[in-house]
Write a protein that binds this ligand. Structure first.
Ligand code: ZN
Length: 465
């Protein structure tokens, strides 16, 4: 077997790894690279391999940094199946169209400048129609159901506990008389997170490719989340101001709603309005309602009793753009949860532009902010910040809650590897910035895992032979 790391190598976005096994070519994930606009544009447009030669795609989960370049892969000649869990298939249908929409809008903005400068206009990376067409290649596979995708190559998905539908990808490979097990973590969740299950442990693994988003960090204890949220909410109630929360439409938004619902149920906070201002987040929350097979016992029991932790009295889902704009004039206190999670596009931008200048407001960061994103500049308080090309003084207070992270931290990852057993003979650490990946790689060697490597983009390895 041969593996080449084309994306999410020494970075956290653009997950994409090409496997050649028993004469067949499989792509693991096909994510969008996010970061500086020009670099992202070029990296996403041109694949470092011929898409026509890829026979199947295995998709770990629906987040755009894992799935967002699939329509472009199909557009450039990929004709095979895209295998994913049923919830991932449903989420991707929404998310890829939404991403296409953003790509179309983005290119209009870029082309205005290009035409002014006498340059030829760009085409969008892919259109909404092309995203719809790519969705036709999806082929659902349930958790813990094994499918022989090529002779001697069996695929099984296990729950990664990261977002609904997220999967750990396991390939059982038989070459001649030798059987080996390969595992790709995708993005691994934390234990004890609300709504979804804990990551499932898989044993007898010979080679592993693991994420390392928080490879050098430990999250604060989970019980802090409600206390800290209550503190911020008490503050905005006193100031009659607003709390703006940039959040991924999938996962973070629903976890946040769950925690807010807990606070209301316990009467620890007053009933102030919570606006989920993202058409995508609203639709995604509806997909959550459909896939109860992904829920943990507590959430399933809550729903059975008729209480829905994602849809309660104070929550209002906003879909119309006009209604969204009206929020600018509304009086606080209020909470606005909007996308995108790293503030790279979407309605969150107009909420930030309106709110960042007022020191009474709170910007609450609940997710990982990649390098070179607006979210990262806000976290690092790099003043002034640029939104829609205009400079804004960042006077609002910025707080971060990392415990809501959908990612396992360093200890969770190491615990997971320990539970896997000690058979691992090759390990690759991806999906982290270099410091995080290196730190986790050292710790993995420290617990006895052999041959741990942090690959660079384009690095190719022959393994399990
Ligand atoms: Zn993810």
């Amino acid at each position: 077997m041969e593996i080449t790391f084309y994306g999410a190598a020494k970075t956290t976005t653009g997950s994409m790894h090409l496997i050649k096994v028993n004469g067949h070519s499989i792509l693991l994930d096909c994510g969008l690279y996010q970061g500086k606009r020009k670099e992202a544009f070029e990296r996403n447009r041109a694949f470092p391999f011929n898409p026509m030669t890829v026979e199947k795609v295995i998709l770990s989960h629906a987040h755009v940094d894992h799935s967002g370049n699939l329509p472009n892969l199909v557009k450039q000649g990929f004709k095979g199946e895209i295998i994913a869990t049923p919830a991932t298939c449903d989420l991707c249908e929404l998310m890829l169209q939404d991403t296409a929409h953003l790509q179309e809008r983005d290119v209009i903005f870029v082309n205005k400048r290009r035409i002014k400068a006498g340059q030829a206009p760009f085409e969008p990376l892919y259109t909404v129609a092309e995203a719809q067409s790519a969705v036709k290649n999806f082929s659902p596979l349930n958790y813990r159901t094994t499918q022989e995708i090529f002779p001697g190559v069996k695929l099984t998905f296990y729950d990664a506990g990261h977002i609904i539908g997220s999967a750990i990808v396991v390939l059982d490979i038989k070459t001649g008389n030798v059987s080996k097990r390969f595992l790709f973590t995708g993005d691994l969740g934390q234990n004890y997170m609300p709504i979804i299950n804990d990551p499932e442990v898989v044993q007898n693994v010979d080679a592993i490719v693991t994420e390392s988003t928080y490879g050098d960090r430990v999250h604060p204890p989970l019980e802090d989340v409600e206390g800290r949220l209550k503190g911020f909410i008490d503050d905005i109630c006193q100031q009659k101001s607003r709390m703006i929360v940039p959040a991924f439409s999938v996962g973070r938004t629903q976890q946040l709603l769950y925690s807010l619902n807990e606070l209301y149920k316990k009467r620890r906070i007053p009933e102030i309005p919570i606006y989920v201002d993202s058409p995508l987040s609203s639709k995604v929350t509806a997909v959550y309602a459909k896939h109860m097979e992904c829920y943990d016992k507590e959430t399933a029991a809550m729903l059975a009793e008729g209480s829905n932790p994602l849809k309660f009295k104070s929550v209002k889902f906003i879909t119309e753009a006009e209604e969204s704009k009206k929020l600018n004039d509304a009086k606080g206190p209020m909470i606005i949860i909007s996308a995108s999670g790293m503030c790279e596009g979407g309605r969150i931008l107009h909420h930030l532009a309106h709110a960042v200048g007022d020191p009474r407001n709170i910007i609450l960061i609940v997710g990982y902010q990649a390098e070179n994103t607006l979210g990262r500049r806000i976290v690092e308080r790099i003043n002034p910040i640029k939104i829609f090309g205009e400079e804004h003084e960042l006077r609002a207070r910025v707080h971060t809650i990392n415990a809501l992270s959908a990612h396992a931290d360093r200890n969770d990852l190491l615990d997971y590897f320990k539970k896997m057993g000690t058979e691992v003979e090759r390990a690759f650490v991806v999906h982290g910035e270099p410091a995080q990946s290196e730190s986790l790689a050292n710790a993995m060697s420290g617990i006895g895992i052999r041959n741990v490597i942090v690959p660079s983009p384009g690095d190719k390895f022959s393994i399990l032979n």
